[in-house]
Ligand binder design. Structure first.
Ligand SMILES: CCCCCCCCCCCCCC(=O)SCCNC(=O)CCNC(=O)[C@H](O)C(C)(C)COP(=O)(O)OP(=O)(O)OC[C@H]1O[C@@H](n2cnc3c(N)ncnc32)[C@H](O)[C@@H]1OP(=O)(O)O
Length: 400
């Protein structure tokens, strides 16, 4: 128990709490038996959402502590060599704790639901410095539910002169599946109580509509708008060689970099150590690897240590199996003033498929603030679409 809030838990207990809820194995060698035991829970799934009692936002409210200040011995694994706090580790699984509390059925010894993260909609930095020697607190709760999906918000704050102040805010979408993680499963309805919960719920509706609209207007599906087409054409004109009358002779404008020359790639082997409670690769590991590669790319592009401003649109399209090879590819896709927008795309070569790739697993767009940076210039049509996609993400990033 943590001093102050009797329901708060220490970060190191999150994984064990989740294991208890779903009945997951602690050792990799026992995972098959644990899965077989979970299969018997299928009969406990609700047949319709109406069979499940509504829950309020308070029912899912959680508080997790990372006491970097009061327990200095735990600091090392959370810090960078610059003595700043590293990108989230396992503590981020508290989004699952929130979802399991929302769907908790006291009559059952184990939850029949396998809840996975589908999307990290947005991570907004409220404060750029996270101190290595002050206690951190994660709080959060469900803000909206569909039939089988849950939106939750998590807030990270840090102790400063006796009070916690906001550091970052993240919005997640989680999806409930059956015990085998094969089919969607119903979650409890959400009944907002009071004006503030009503506001958050309405915002959840707006977020859902926005996600659908963004996906419909994706440049992977439809042509750019008239204004975006003008941007692409004027960029094309600015790179034409004035000495020749040719569509093919392209010249790099001053203080610019071709997009082709602003990539950094990486490879990870997905060991059992990085598994989640469902014996697939942990989403936080995938995010951290994508984030670190994007950050390294921005660092080398900008020539200095960038500050992270926002991360958005991290999509987990398919679970990643243990033993897979993770191929990460980061690309500076948009620049404006001293901001660099990086996109990270991940592909997976399965453990037994001889190296063939499955569709992209996760994509992330961190925006980084540095000193003035060179302009990124696309050459091909595909690169221009990447540029416009980066521009769209940049325009949406709050506070820029
Ligand atoms: C403050 C600190 C912050 C730190 C941040 C660190 C974060 C760390 C994160 C840690 C993570 C730790 C935890 C881990 O390690 S979880 C491990 C990582 N995640 C995964 O492996 C999941 C991989 N993806 C999948 O398996 C599928 O894509 C899923 C199952 C997600 C959807 O499969 P599919 O598409 O076939 O599903 P469906 O068509 O039946 O639809 C079912 C429902 O799902 C809704 N739906 C589907 N997709 C999306 C979407 N993109 N946006 C919004 N909603 C979406 C859809 O509307 C429907 O809802 P409803 O209408 O029924 O309500």
């Amino acid at each position: 128990m943590i001093q102050g809030n009797p329901n708060a838990i220490h970060v190191s207990n999150v994984r064990n709490r989740l294991r208890e809820i779903v009945g997951a194995s602690t050792n990799w060698r026992d995972h098959k038996q644990a899965l077989e035991e979970r299969l018997s829970l299928s009969s406990m799934l609700a047949r319709s959402q109406g069979d499940l009692p509504p829950r309020s936002m308070k029912d899912s409210s959680h508080e997790v502590h990372l006491p970097l200040g009061s327990q200095p011995h735990i600091r090392e694994k959370y810090l960078t060599h610059h003595n700043t706090v590293r990108y989230p580790h396992r503590r981020t699984e508290s989004n699952l704790l929130i979802s399991y509390s929302h769907t908790h059925n006291p009559a059952l010894p184990r939850s029949p639901l396998s809840i996975v993260t589908a999307l990290v909609d947005k991570i907004d930095m409220r404060q750029h410095t996270i101190y290595p020697d002050r206690d951190i607190k994660f709080t959060g709760h469900v803000t909206w539910v569909g039939k089988t999906s849950i939106e939750a918000k998590m807030y990270m704050s840090q102790l400063h002169e006796g009070a916690y102040s906001p550091v970052l805010e993240a919005t997640f979408v989680m999806v409930a599946r059956d015990p085998e993680n094969k089919r969607a499963a119903y979650v409890n309805p959400l009944k907002p109580e009071g004006a503030e919960e009503e506001r958050l719920f309405q915002q959840g509706e707006v977020n859902k509509t926005r996600r659908v609209e963004l996906s419909t207007a994706s440049l992977l599906k439809v042509a750019p708008t008239a204004e975006e087409r003008k941007v692409v054409h004027s960029q094309f004109l600015s790179t034409l060689d004035p000495q020749t009358v040719s569509f093919r002779s392209r010249v790099l404008p001053p203080k610019s970099v071709w997009m082709e020359d602003a990539k950094v790639k990486g490879l990870e082997i997905c060991h059992p150590q990085e598994r989640n409670i469902f014996n697939r690769i942990f989403g936080g590991f995938l995010m951290r690897k994508a984030y670190e590669l994007g950050w390294a790319n921005a660092c080398s592009y900008g020539g200095c240590r960038p500050n992270l401003v926002a991360v958005d649109d991290i999509l987990f399209q398919k679970p990643v199996e243990i033993g897979s090879l993770l191929l990460l590819s980061s690309q500076v896709c948009y620049t404006e003033g001293n901001f660099i927008q990086v996109r990270v795309h991940t592909e997976v070569a399965g453990p037994s498929d001889g190296g063939s790739t499955t569709p992209p697993t996760c994509s992330t767009s961190p925006s980084c603030r540095t000193t003035t940076v060179p302009m990124i210039v696309p050459q091909s049509y595909g690169e221009s679409m990447l540029y416009l996609d980066g521009k769209r993400h940049f325009s949406q990033a709050a506070g820029i």
